[in-house]
Design a binder for this molecule. Structure first.
Ligand code: GLN
Length: 455
C-alpha cells in the first residue's frame, strides 16, 4: 500500500484519482497484516483497490464527477463498497469518472479528464475512465466500475484490462449514485478474469436495500470460472462451447484494426475448442436511439433530487425558492448532464411520451428477445466492445459522435445481460482492443470461464 501510494503520487498527471486517504489505507493495510498473521483473514485481505466516485463512501468524498456534489459527505458506504471492505480489501481512494457516469471518454468530469496510460494524449474511455486508467497504470490491483451503457466494458477495452458487467440485479445499486436505474449495474475492473471473479464474488449478492436486487444465493464465481466443462480437456478447455458472432457487430462502422484484433482472439477461442457460429441481432442499430431515450428519461427523474436543498451544491445568491433551484442546477451541472435532463424531460412530457418513451420501451423488449433467439443457437456471444481504439483527448467535439460509438455495448445493457471486455491485443497506434463476450442471464460463470481460458 505504501508503494502504491507513492506511485499514485508519481502518476498524478494521469488524473485517475479524485481523492486519496493515505492514513485510512495504511490503517486498513495494517489490520489486514494482523489478520493474515493470525491466520483468520478474509478472502481479499490486503488487496489494494479504489472505487469509482459514483459509489458513496463514508469518510471519503463522493462527487459522481460533478460540481453538484463537491463537498458532499455521505453518511454511509454503498453496499458494494461495504462488502469489498468486509472481504478485506484496502481502499486507497476514489476514482475520476464522467459526471453522473454520462460519457464515453471521461472528458465530462467536472474535475478534469483522465489520460490513457498507454498514450497520455488519448482518452481512457468512460464513464469509468479513472478506474480503467488506475488498473492499467498499476496504481491499484483492481477497481470498481459501473456500467449503464458500456461504462465498464468500453474503458476496460481502451485501457487493455479485464472488466465484467454482471447481469442486472447481481450487484446492489444501494449507494450507487443513480444515473438510469433500470440499466445501472456495478462490476469489477482488474488485470484478469480471475481477479474479476474473486472481486465479483465479494461484491455481489442479494441486498434488501435495492428493490431490483436479484434474490439468489451467494455465488463463488472463481469456482465457476475454474469448473471443468463436459467434454473439455486441458488443451481444449472450451470444447463444446458455441460462440455466436452477431453479423451486425462485424458490419460497416467497425474499424479494420479492431476487426483484425477481435478476429485473432476468436481464432484463439476456436483453438481452445469453441465453435464459432453466425447469429443475428437484427435490432442492434436501434439500441442507440432506444438507449438515448430511456437513459436520459430515467436520469431526468433521478437527478431531480439535486435541488440545492438536500445534497451538495447550493447557489450563493438567489431571490426565492424557484430562483435557488434554477441557479443551483445551472451552476452545479455540466453541459452533458444538462443535455440529458432536457432530452429526458422532453421524451417524458405529455404528448411525446407515447411517441418516444413508450416506443423505446417496446423496442427494448424486442432487443432482449433478439438475444434470447440468438441464445437458442449459442452459449455466448462475442464481438468488439467499441468500433475503434481510444481516441485523442479533445478529438470528439460532437456528442452524437460519442453516442454512436456505444453501438456494441448498448444492446446487452438494454437486455440486462452480463458482458465482459477481455484484452485482445492491439490495434491502430499500438492501442489496446477488447473482445466483448456476452452471456445469458446469470451466466457470469461461463463468461469468466471462457475469458480465463483465453488469458
Ligand atoms: N456512454 C454511455 C453514456 O454516455 C454509457 C455510460 C455508462 O455506461 N454509464 O450514457
Amino acid at each position: 500500500v505504501q508503494a502504491l501510494l507513492a506511485r499514485a503520487d508519481e502518476q498524478r498527471a494521469l488524473g485517475a484519482f479524485l481523492a486519496i486517504d493515505a492514513e485510512a489505507a495504511l490503517a486498513a493495510a495494517g489490520a489486514a497484516d494482523t489478520q493474515l498473521a493470525a491466520g483468520d483473514a478474509p478472502a481479499l485481505a490486503g488487496v489494494p483497490i479504489a472505487h469509482k466516485d459514483i459509489f458513496v463512501t463514508k469518510g471519503l468524498p463522493s462527487t459522481a464527477g460533478s460540481k453538484m456534489l463537491a463537498g458532499y459527505a455521505s453518511p454511509f458506504d454503498a453496499t458494494v463498497v461495504a462488502r469489498l471492505a468486509a472481504a478485506g480489501t484496502v481502499t486507497l481512494g476514489k476514482l475520476n469518472c464522467d459526471e453522473f457516469a454520462m460519457g464515453s471518454a471521461n472528458e465530462n468530469s467536472a474535475y478534469g479528464p483522465v489520460h490513457n496510460p498507454w498514450d497520455t494524449t488519448r482518452v481512457p474511455g468512460g464513464s469509468s475512465g479513472g478506474s480503467a486508467a488506475a488498473v492499467a497504470a498499476r496504481l491499484v490491483a483492481a477497481a470498481t466500475g459501473t456500467d449503464t451503457g458500456g461504462s465498464i466494458r468500453q474503458p476496460s477495452s481502451f485501457c487493455g484490462i479485464t472488466g465484467i458487467k454482471p447481469t442486472y440485479g447481481v450487484c446492489s445499486r444501494y449507494g450507487m449514485i443513480a444515473f438510469a436505474s433500470s440499466l445501472d449495474q456495478a462490476g469489477p475492473m482488474a488485470r484478469s478474469a480471475e481477479d474479476c471473479a474473486l472481486l465479483l464474488s465479494a461484491m455481489s449478492g442479494f441486498d434488501e436495500r435495492d428493490a431490483t436486487s436479484a434474490e439468489r444465493p451467494p455465488q463463488d464465481f472463481h469456482a465457476q470460472m475454474l469448473a471443468v466443462r463436459d467434454g473439455a480437456s486441458a488443451a481444449r478447455p472450451l470444447e463444446g462451447l458455441r460462440i455466436g458472432l452477431p453479423r451486425e457487430f462485424f458490419a460497416a462502422g467497425l474499424s479494420a484494426d479492431v476487426d483484425a484484433a477481435v478476429r485473432s482472439a476468436l481464432a484463439e477461442l476456436e483453438k481452445l475448442g469453441a465453435t464459432l457460429i453466425d447469429v443475428s441481432l437484427p435490432r442492434t442499430e436501434l439500441a442507440i436511439p432506444v438507449y438515448y431515450i430511456i437513459a436520459p428519461a430515467e436520469a431526468s427523474s433521478n437527478l431531480s433530487r439535486f435541488d440545492g436543498v438536500k445534497f451538495g451544491h447550493r447557489a450563493a445568491q438567489y431571490t426565492d425558492l424557484l430562483d435557488m433551484y434554477k441557479k443551483t442546477r445551472a451552476e452545479g451541472f455540466g453541459p452533458e448532464v444538462k443535455r440529458r435532463i432536457m432530452i429526458g424531460t422532453y421524451v417524458l412530457s405529455h404528448g411525446y411520451y407515447d411517441a418516444y418513451y413508450l416506443q423505446a420501451q417496446k423496442l427494448r423488449r424486442m432487443i432482449a428477445d433478439d438475444f434470447q433467439a440468438a441464445f437458442r443457437e449459442c452459449d455466448l456471444i462475442a464481438g468488439p466492445v467499441a468500433p475503434t481504439v481510444a481516441w485523442q483527448l479533445g478529438e470528439q467535439g460532437d456528442p452524437l459522435q460519442a453516442y454512436l460509438a456505444d453501438i456494441f455495448t448498448l444492446p446487452a445493457s438494454l437486455a440486462g445481460l452480463p458482458g465482459m471486455s477481455v484484452p485482445a491485443g492491439t490495434g491502430a497506434h499500438g492501442m489496446p482492443v477488447g473482445l466483448q463476450l456476452i452471456g445469458n442471464y446469470f451466466d457470469e460463470g461461463r463468461l469468466l470461464h471462457a475469458a480465463h481460458a483465453l488469458q
